[in-house]
Design a protein around this ligand. Structure first.
Ligand code: AMP
Length: 136
C-alpha cells in the first residue's frame, strides 16, 4: 500500500472508477483518458511498482483478466484488434508506479494511438546481445 499512489486510492475506494471486474487480487476499470473507446486498465490490488517487480501468481492473475477484457472488447465493442501494454519505469512511459496493464481496443482508423516499431540499428551483434539476456 502506498498512500500517494492513485491506483491504491482507487483500490481503497478513495477515488471512483468505472469498474469492469474485481476479485480478491485484481481490479479492472476504464482508463480516465480513453486512448480509444473502451481503453481499460487491469491492476493488482496489492501495490507493486510495475510488471517486472510483481510476483508470478499475481502477474498471471492480472494477465488472465487482461485477456478476458480484450476478448470482451472484440465481442462487445466491435474492436478489430487489441494492444496489451505494460509500461515499466519512466523511460518506457510509465507514469503511475503501480503495476497495471493497458488493454487498448483498436478500430483501425483515426485513433489516438500510434505504435511504430522502427528498426534502429542494422549493425548489431545479435549473438552477443542474445548471450547477455538469455535466461535459464
Ligand atoms: P502509464 O503511463 O502506463 O503509467 O499509464 C497510467 C494510466 O493511468 C494513464 O493512461 C492514465 O490516463 C491512467 N489514469 C491515471 N489516473 C487515473 C484515474 N484516476 N482513473 C483511471 N485512469 C487513470
Amino acid at each position: 500500500m502506498n498512500n500517494n499512489d492513485v491506483f491504491c486510492k482507487i483500490v481503497n475506494g478513495e477515488i471512483p472508477c468505472y469498474k469492469l471486474y474485481e476479485d480478491e487480487s485484481v481490479l479492472a476499470f476504464l482508463d480516465i483518458s480513453q486512448v480509444t473507446n473502451g481503453h481499460a486498465l487491469v491492476i493488482s490490488k496489492n501495490h507493486y511498482d510495475n510488471f517486472l517487480s510483481t510476483p508470478h501468481e499475481v502477474m498471471h492473475k492480472v494477465m488472465d483478466v487482461a485477456q478476458r477484457i480484450g476478448q470482451a472488447q472484440i465481442k462487445m465493442l466491435g474492436a478489430k484488434g487489441v494492444n496489451i501494454l505494460s509500461n515499466c519505469y519512466e523511460a518506457a512511459g510509465q507514469s503511475v508506479f503501480h503495476f497495471h496493464v493497458h488493454v487498448i481496443p483498436r478500430y483501425g482508423e483515426n485513433e489516438g494511438l500510434v505504435i511504430e516499431m522502427k528498426s534502429g540499428n542494422e549493425n548489431l551483434n545479435l549473438p552477443a546481445l542474445a548471450n547477455k539476456i538469455k535466461i535459464d
